[in-house]
Design a protein around this ligand. Structure first.
Ligand SMILES: [Zn+2]
Length: 436
């Protein structure tokens, strides 16, 4: 197609403009390989490529194209390509866009078809994809039940207005009003949800009613570890570029400094926060200040692992439904804690709205990675259970998306809380974010 070259050139040009204006978004954008893809109807990224359809790009103004590129970078910075889990691609995209677009609008980008311009979606502002996804599923289930009740009430006759009826027998090919391409998958990565699953689960509908979105996110094609490393490197570089840019310009836009600071905080491995947190609990232990032998040859001065462990602690793991997407990561981090900090004894409480599991690990015991829960959200039973336990923790860790109830007062030992969303933990804990 003769437009291909000019479309690609135009994307390159707008990418450079993005780097000039906001290197925090522009630097990561420059790493993406541009690929014109027939399986992509709009634009999409998997963390490595920027796939695009010339027909879609050509319709955008320059400002919209810059906003679209920033939007795709937004997916990568937030690790959306690494966090999809078993969720179907279309609602995952929808919820991820809800998480990105409001922020981009706040900082002045013009994003095509921005969710931030839809007042009914204002509730998504400041929430992460997992939380948005969870709430959206609940909303859809409620709507579905309401519709079923209405249908029952008005007799069994169907064929009403057909607005968005998620009829279980109606497999697909029933696009919504005005949505000319809803019956077709967005891209090659899309699975067809719907008919294969016969259980009436909230996620069992076909999502054909959801509008197709402009800038999509696809699953990362490599290993999660590799993807995670790439994102960290990318963010670190982006922060550096933005800070240099701010210095040269002599002015730091207010929003940007707050945004970048938040990103920097989120980019610090949580284990570093944990070390700093646990160190004062064990002030006499000097092993933190000695270089680790395995790094000494490289001239690196890093705190070494505590030789004799760091006492007895307790971990409160939120296993409520909204944590579903990040629990694997939370468990990986707990495992790292076991290996890196080597506590003498750890009590791990898994709690959704009830205490689902309590397991005491002695030093060196491998972590049981089975998750118990995925129900409601109430952490108070976990803290109540503590009184009944044969435990003397000297420190506590909370891992949660903070969409859960906490007791008003904390326990009598220091607690560090890691949030997987932008919502901070209880005010009686030292709070950090794991992912923005
Ligand atoms: Zn998107």
């Amino acid at each position: 197609m003769s437009t291909t070259l000019s479309t690609e050139n135009r994307i390159r040009k707008m990418r450079l403009r993005l780097r000039r204006v906001a290197p925090f978004f522009g630097a990561p954008a420059l790493r993406l390989k541009l690929v014109e893809s027939p399986r992509c109807k709009t634009a999409a990224t998997d963390g490595i490529h920027l796939l695009y359809a010339p027909a879609y790009i050509d319709k955008l103004t320059d400002d919209e194209l810059v906003g679209l590129i920033a939007h795709e970078v937004g997916h990568i910075i937030r690790r959306h390509h690494l966090r999809q889990g078993s969720r179907p691609i279309k609602p995952w995209n929808y919820t991820c866009d809800g998480a990105i677009d409001h922020d981009l609008k706040d900082v002045g980008f013009t994003v095509p078809d921005s969710f931030a311009d839809i007042p009914e979606l204002a509730w998504m502002h400041g929430l992460t994809s997992e939380v948005i996804y969870d709430r959206m599923q609940k909303q859809r289930e409620q709507q579905r039940q309401k519709k079923q009740q209405q249908q029952k009430g008005s007799g069994a006759g169907s064929g009403g207005d057909g607005d968005e009826a998620p009829d279980p027998d109606d497999s697909d090919d029933e696009p919504d009003d005005g949505d000319d391409n809803a019956a077709e998958p967005d891209d090659g990565a899309q699975r067809r949800p719907g008919k294969a699953k016969s259980k009436p689960q909230p996620s069992a509908d076909s999502y054909d009613d959801l509008p197709d979105r402009g800038g999509q996110v696809l699953p990362y094609p490599g290993t999660p570890e590799r993807g995670e490393t790439e994102v960290r490197t990318m963010i670190a570089e982006a922060i550096l570029m933005q800070e240099r840019h701010n210095q040269q310009k002599g002015t730091t836009p207010g929003w940007f400094s707050a945004y970048v600071t938040a990103q920097r905080e989120a980019n610090i491995p949580w284990i570093e926060h944990l070390r700093r947190f646990i160190a004062p609990v064990y002030p006499t232990d000097t092993t933190w200040r000695r270089p680790a032998r395995r790094h000494a040859h490289a001239g690196l001065y890093l705190p070494s692992t505590l030789r004799t462990g760091c006492g007895e602690g307790i971990i409160f793991l939120d296993t409520s439904g909204s944590m579903g997407g990040v629990l694997a990561r939370a468990l990986a981090e707990i495992n790292r804690l076991f290996e890196d900090v080597r506590p003498v004894r750890v009590h791990l409480i898994q709690c959704d709205a009830r205490v689902q599991d309590v397991h005491t690990y002695e030093e060196g015991e491998p972590l049981d990675t089975r998750i118990k829960g995925l129900g409601g959200s109430d952490f108070r039973p976990a803290f109540a259970a503590l009184a009944e336990m044969d435990a003397n923790p000297e420190w506590g860790i909370v891992l949660s998306d903070m969409q859960i109830d906490f007791p008003p007062g904390g326990p009598d030992f220091p607690v560090i809380a890691f949030s997987f969303t932008s919502t901070p933990g209880p005010d009686w804990a030292q709070n950090h974010k794991v992912i923005l």
